[in-house]
Design a protein around this ligand. Sequence first.
Ligand SMILES: Nc1ncnc2c1ncn2[C@@H]1O[C@H](COP(=O)(O)OP(=O)(O)OP(=O)(O)O)[C@@H](O)[C@H]1O
Ligand SMILES: [Mg+2]
Length: 241
Amino acid sequence: MGNAQNGSVISLQNVEKIYKTKAGPLKVLKGVNLEIKEGEFVAIVGPSGSGKSTLINMITGIDRPTSGEVFVAGQRLTNLSENQVAKWRGRNVGVVFQFFQLLPTLTVLENVMMPLHYTNTFRGKRKERAMELLEMVDLPDVAHKYPSQISGGQQQRAAIARALANNPKVLVGDEPTGNLDAVSAGLVFAMFEDLVAQGTTIVMVTHDRDLAGQIPRVEEVRDGQLVAQEEIDRRLVAGRD
Ligand SMILES: Nc1ncnc2c1ncn2[C@@H]1O[C@H](COP(=O)(O)OP(=O)(O)OP(=O)(O)O)[C@@H](O)[C@H]1O
Ligand SMILES: [Mg+2]
C-alpha cells in the first residue's frame, strides 16, 4: 500500500520549505525528493541545522512545504487543512520526539489512551487496548503513575506505546533515543526493529552514528538537500566521515 502513483508509502516530491525570518526568507529544504517503501527502516542523519526535523515534519504533516508534494500512506497531505491533517495523523502516523512529550497531568495509561479518541475504538475497549500496549513496552506496572514519577527511558517507552495506539503504518521519530542512556536507547531500538519486522515503516532522525550504522537505509541531509547515495557510499569506502 502506498500512494497510487509510485508504490511508495512515503513520497516527497521536490519539497521546498522557506521560513520567513526577521533577516528575510530562509530556504531550509531545497527540493527534496524521497521515496520510502512499505516496511523500510530509514535513518535520517546530518549536521545540526541541516533541515532534518523540518524534513520529517513534512512527513507527519506537523509542518507543510512551501512548494512540492507530500504523500504518506496513500494520502496527499498538501491539499488538506490543518484540522484534516491533525485528524489524519492521529489515525495513520505515530510520532515520537526526543523529549517524550507525555501530558504531565495524565497518568501513563491515560496518555496511551489519548490517540484512541481519534478513532472509533469503542470507549470500553480503550483501556484494554492501552494496557495491551503498555504490556508490549514492558510498563504495565507504572500505568497509574504520572510521567514525572517514572524514568526517562520509561517515559520514552510510554510515548512509543502512545504512538502505536492506532497501529500506524508509519512511525516517525525525531531523535527518539537522543535523550536516553545507552540501555534505554538499546531497548527502544530493539522495539523499533521488532516493529519493522512486523511491517511498520520507520523513519528516524538520529545523531548517533553507531545507531545509524545498524539501520538498513541511511539518508543524509546537508544544507537542506539529501546527499546522493553514491556520495555516502563513496565516503564509507574512503573511510571518511
Ligand atoms: N519555524 C522556524 N522558523 C524559522 N526558521 C526555522 C524554523 N524551524 C527551523 N528553522 C531553521 O531551519 C533550519 C533547519 O532546522 P531543523 O530544525 O530542521 O534542523 P535539524 O537538522 O533538525 O537540526 P538539529 O540536529 O539541531 O535538530 C535551521 O537553520 C533552523 O534555524
Ligand atoms: Mg532537529
